[in-house]
Design a protein around this ligand. Sequence first.
Ligand SMILES: NC(=O)c1ccc[n+]([C@@H]2O[C@H](COP(=O)([O-])OP(=O)(O)OC[C@H]3O[C@@H](n4cnc5c(N)ncnc54)[C@H](OP(=O)(O)O)[C@@H]3O)[C@@H](O)[C@H]2O)c1
Length: 321
Amino acid sequence: MAWSPAHIPDQSGRTALITGASGGIGLETARVLADRGAHVLLACRNVGRGRAAAARIGGSTEVVRLDLACLDSVREASAWVHARHERLDLLVNNAGVMFPPYRRTEDGFEAHFGVNHLGHFALTGLLLDLMTAVPGSRIVTVASLTHRAGLGALDEGGARSSAGRRSLTAYGRSKLANLLFARELHHRLATAGAATASFAAHPGLSPTGLWQGDVPRLLRPVAGAGLRWLAQPADRAAWPALSAATDPHVPGGAYLGPSQFFESRGTPAPARSSRVSRDVAAQHRLWQLSEGLTGVRYAFPSARAEAESSGAVCPVTGARG
Ligand SMILES: NC(=O)c1ccc[n+]([C@@H]2O[C@H](COP(=O)([O-])OP(=O)(O)OC[C@H]3O[C@@H](n4cnc5c(N)ncnc54)[C@H](OP(=O)(O)O)[C@@H]3O)[C@@H](O)[C@H]2O)c1
């Protein structure tokens, strides 16, 4: 039988953090998890919008300020979570921008790459110590069909470029980075014997705020009639991420998306991905680039154990390198 939120097991006692939960697919993801009993942290750049979303959702929620376009804000959000929570069961890296009004993030990174990938890379590394010992904990990173448009090098020049504001290639590159990251993270977690698994999911197409950016002329037909024909509402578009976050039958490392109309809509199923997204060397290179650019170095359980036994203890995982 096809998956639906009715299959989600009781989430009571679990804590989930969703980035970009103030609207669109993130709000719907948060709504379902709260409805199933999870305590949900809505990580939002605009706290007012986050509180309004929390009021609409009901259930047990908190709002944490998080601007992924600013690494200081990412560190503050991580400190906020650490001050209030001893464990995290679910992290959904959902927030995203497409054709935003600014070229670069506060740290000087190309806007798509900085928000969609580097901000999430830093956040995940900084929160990882709350997850790796929690049985069944999961990290879900939201990618896109457009990862296939992510042409060009994923290197420091591209990461700092100012040329991507209205570029589908730049958006696609950030979504390719989401997929490469989720896979490399899964490999590293599994190698370290962590209790956490990493997944990727894409929502297909959905007429959310994402399409209200400065869409280039060539893409306007897709943003107009195309969306009306092919898209699914945000509550359905949240299903692949929800399935990845909660379905015990989905194996770690999986990539889910909608199953119909070229993966634009439908119930969740294993998704197809480009050859480069499966390139192990590219996954490894992106990881090193991301650590260098964000200053966040992941410390996996085995690395921590080694450091402790050698006396070189570094108790704060993911600390600024
Ligand atoms: N909709 C689609 O057709 C589609 C297709 C493929 C993939 N996706 C992916 O799905 C995810 C959710 O997008 P959506 O469609 O739900 O878009 P959306 O309605 O525009 O929601 C995006 C969310 O991200 C938040 N956000 C933007 N910049 C941020 C920042 N700097 N720091 C923290 N949060 C930030 C927004 O917060 P504000 O409320 O402050 O703006 C909003 O809550 C994205 O990763 C997107 O790439 C969407």
